[in-house]
Design a protein around this ligand. Sequence first.
Ligand code: NOJ
Length: 760
Amino acid sequence: MFYKGEIIQIIEVESYNMKKQSLLLIVTLTILFSACGDNVYNTGKYDGIDQKVDSLLSLMTLEEKIGQLTLYTSDMDQTGAFLRPEYIEDIKTGSVGALFNAYGAEFTRELQEMAVNETRLGIPLLFGYDVIHGHRTIFPVPLAEASSWDMDMIKLTAEIAAREAASEGLHWTFAPMVDISKDPRWGRVVEGSGEDAFLGSKIAAARVHGFQGDDLSDEYTLAATVKHFAAYGAAQAGRDYHSVDMSDRELREVHLPPFKAAIEAGAVSIMTAFNDLNGIPATASTYLFQDILRDEWNFEGFVVTDYTAIMELLYHGVAKDAHHASKLAMDAGIDMSMQDGFYQKTLVDLVEDGRVSESQIDRAVKYVLRVKFQLGLFDDPFRYSSVERQEVEIMKPENLAIARDMARKSIVLLKNDDQVLPIKENIKTIAVIGPMADNQRDLLGSWSAAGDWSQSVSLLDGLRNNNPDVTFIYAEGTGIDDESRSGFNEAVAAARQADMVILALGEAYWMSGEAASRSDINLPGAQEELAKEVYSAGKPTVAVLMNGRPLTINWLDDNIPAILETWFLGTTAGDAISDVLFGEYNPSGKLPMTFPRNVGQIPIHYNMRNTGRPFDADSKYTTKYLDVPNEPLYVFGHGLSYTEFDYSPISLSSKTMQVSDSLEVSITVRNIGEVAGEEVVQLYLRDKVASVSRPVRELKGFQKIHLNPGESTEVVFTITNEELSFYRIDMSYGSEPGEFSVFIGGNSRDTQTAEFELIE
Ligand code: NOJ
């Protein structure tokens, strides 16, 4: 039996074989179309696919085309996932081309059958979902994974997420989120890779490679969506959805590089940002979507809006009605509308009255159809909905083992005075105190996709399961977000009975993520009070933090000897934290985001400019605060180990470098401690004199190495003109001759330094 997708291909084949004239006409028109230069469609790169797309397009009515530009959500109630009746009708009439939040082999198959069997042309639906850090097996939140600086692992967890999701009928993930942010008040920092464009770009590429693999038609991969374009992470005052106002230099140097990296890695879709950028809502920005994305970067995938973002053009105050909003979005090159149905409601009218041309619609439809063909949906629209694969792939033991390993690598040891950690063998009784200790729900973070929190391993369970010879006494002490002190006495009594204390503190999962900005980033509720009370019991104490953003934890830093930042580590959190606490794994994570001392320091980041009045403690009129140091609590790149690494002086292959040449920068790193460990060796550069003031240091390379005790290795970085390039005074991109400093170390502050000169 044929499904209609096959029939289209048969029509097409027939036209190839029998109707040479019309084929010739289609090809001629196609060539003419691309020769007009108004898009990058039909570049010849998608051999075969573009002809099929053109052939299909020639059969489509305007309404069917608009259907391909429409994305709706599925819903959920106590009985499970369901689709609103009006969307079912839309599927059957071909008025919707994509759905999100619908997953499960059977459910997606049922919906796909409607599209394929009941519509005139049988064009398959595209199923999307926010598979952000795992699908059923939940990996650490993206900010945590970024702390591993381990690109192979980051790629691997995305690959597993894709395998699980793609077996449940999903084709398309709304990830990676690559928004750079220097503001921990913004809740969505949990979804990103922190404050740095270089690290963020590497991670963006690793995630795209992980999700998409080498072949989109492989039924174990997902199409990736890089989001949110652009500058969403720079919302004023860290308040979600707020306006962004920034220079083009900052935009291009800091916020755009991870998008470009994701696109170069092959991401086939991109999502618009909710915010306005310099007064122009991103979803109506020709500058972002046409000039930069299509013209400068030659992006060849499709653009999807964020949730109801075309409708929100009304609230932004740039559109007077739905038709106007859709026209603005269409003119900006936005291909698919998410959930507001604005394209569905307005585009026929807009084409009929000439405000939008049918060729604009065709262009958008082609971008969407091309991805459907690339995914192999026209070969077999049900290939991703496999009950058998679903049973094999979901949460298989290998996935859980990798999740545990990724979780261990994501932990950052912020402080470890007197080597309180790892926990020594003579410790027999440990009090585990705090609202994050016996907690499963929050471990999954704000995007837990199809993850089931009841399957996650709490800290308490992880400790008990992995350390049968130790007695753990548990006391909650207080809730995450309440002011209750009624549990304090029990907590202090538990501490008194124990040889040491683990304080498990942090934020609830809903305190970070979308629409979860905080103006106060202290530990919520009475948790700091609890810490003070418990600390007064006088036992060696370790703080284990679980949270979705950098927090202001000055009291903990001043008083508690050891602090572990574990973020939200996902399904296997408790096991992974136990591994680190007991020294089964030596922590190697490094902060991808600065920890401020207070919110007044925000935005705070390591790669600031020097200013004309650099800090001088003895001179009042230099850049500083009266009430807090300029220095953060923990710098970017910071993270301790149970061993210590010694860095030799830097050696350079030459003191000068030609623009067309490269320079080798090397350093010997030695493990001078007692245990094996991993270190992230970080390279920073500074352009000392340039036509525009350059940051005091910028990350331009890193390598993660493993060293046994006493072992050393030479780490070599190659610097090319690319690492020295920036947006010059005239906004051209390139380097300028002159002196550079190079810094190498285990964080962004404590480094070895050398100098070299770039010559033309
Ligand atoms: C809104 C969020 O901003 C976006 O990241 C997400 O992909 C969509 N909702 C769909 O869930």
